[in-house]
Design a protein around this ligand. Structure first.
Ligand SMILES: NC(=O)c1ccc[n+]([C@@H]2O[C@H](COP(=O)([O-])OP(=O)(O)OC[C@H]3O[C@@H](n4cnc5c(N)ncnc54)[C@H](O)[C@@H]3O)[C@@H](O)[C@H]2O)c1
Length: 286
């Protein structure tokens, strides 16, 4: 018996990165997975997003685990296609037990107001859309997990113009997720549906491995590379690691989706190698 045996879980941003490692691990633990990904780029986001080939690779990896992934190319900002994707999964699998609102962008380094809007609509409105699409199908024991970010919990995130307009939108979205999770856990508690946030520090995915992100850590270099950024990455931890692996985040997501966490709700779960305590605000916001 897997830890999620016969559960059905909806995952956004499933084509690569953390969304992919979640899908593969959930399948290994006996879950059936329903997933969406944009599989296209967003103009204000400097690094490329996932491709249809990435999504096909996730499907292949899930099937290698003996699992099934019903996937749809859909934008989390597009409520109609998102709701249709969830409906399709529920019709196919007959139920829905968990949700992981994982899809995200990080359009740093731009002064375009659209970057602010794109970050906020993908990273926060996309989470709300995902939760709303899934909510009618979740029964007692259901679990909602939303992905925030350590960076957004730290001082200097929402009030630092050097992050650019997209960086401000990103931080606002992720902070709002933290509040949303707290309040929604109160709303859904009586229905025995749990709601938690997971806040990763630097995570070894394409989002981190992009020149625009390297520049955040090495503003002193014109075109920094991974080698330039690596010595500075550990500033986001106390354990002197540059980043966590997506599988480390998946371990926490798996726990939150499983019945092992049946009384864990309204939590801000940081997978941050201690990055928060190192840089924490005098008065924690959440
Ligand atoms: N990588 C990090 O260092 C880090 C740190 C903290 C938080 N996070 C968060 O983790 C989440 C996943 O990021 P990742 O690290 O796996 O990066 P990633 O870029 O590899 O994955 C993000 C996925 O979301 C998809 N996506 C983007 N916009 C979408 C949209 N509008 N609709 C549907 N799908 C969309 C992308 O195509 C991609 O497959 C994000 O919410 C991100 O903010 C990442």
């Amino acid at each position: 018996m897997g830890r999620l045996q016969d559960k059905v879980v909806f995952v956004t941003g499933v084509a690569r990165g953390q969304g992919r490692t979640h899908a593969v691990r959930l399948a290994r633990e006996g879950a059936k997975v329903v997933g969406v990904d944009l599989c296209d780029n967003i103009k204000t986001n400097a690094y490329p997003l996932a491709t249809p080939e990435d999504l096909a690779e996730t499907t292949r990896l899930v099937e290698k685990e003996g699992g099934t992934l019903i996937s749809t190319v859909a934008d989390v900002r597009d409520r109609q296609s998102l709701f249709a994707a969830v409906q399709r999964g529920v019709e196919e699998f007959g139920r829905l037990d968990g949700v992981v609102a994982q899809a995200g962008i990080c359009p740093l380094g731009s002064d375009d107001p659209q970057a602010f809007m794109d970050a906020f609509t993908v990273d926060f409105v996309g989470v709300v859309n995902t939760v709303e699409a899934c909510l009618p199908h979740l029964a007692e024991g259901g679990s909602i997990v939303a992905t925030g970010s350590l960076a957004a919990l730290l001082p200097g995130a929402t009030d630092n113009p050097t992050n650019g307009t997209g960086g401000l939108g990103y931080s606002l979205a992720k902070r709002t997720i933290a509040s949303f999770v707290n309040d929604l856990s109160i709303v859904l508690g009586p229905k025995k549906i749990r709601v938690n946030a997971v806040h990763p520090t630097n995570c070894n995915t394409d989002m981190l491995n992009s020149e625009i992100m390297y520049r955040q850590f090495r503003p002193d270099i014109e075109s920094p590379t991974l080698e330039d950024a690596l010595p500075v990455f550990p500033v986001m931890s106390v354990m002197n690691v540059p980043y966590v692996e997506p599988e480390d985040v998946t371990d926490t997501v798996l726990f939150l989706l499983s019945d092992e966490s049946r009384f864990v709700t309204g939590m801000q779960m940081r997978v941050d190698a201690g990055g928060y305590v190192r840089n924490r605000p005098a008065t924690p916001a959440f």
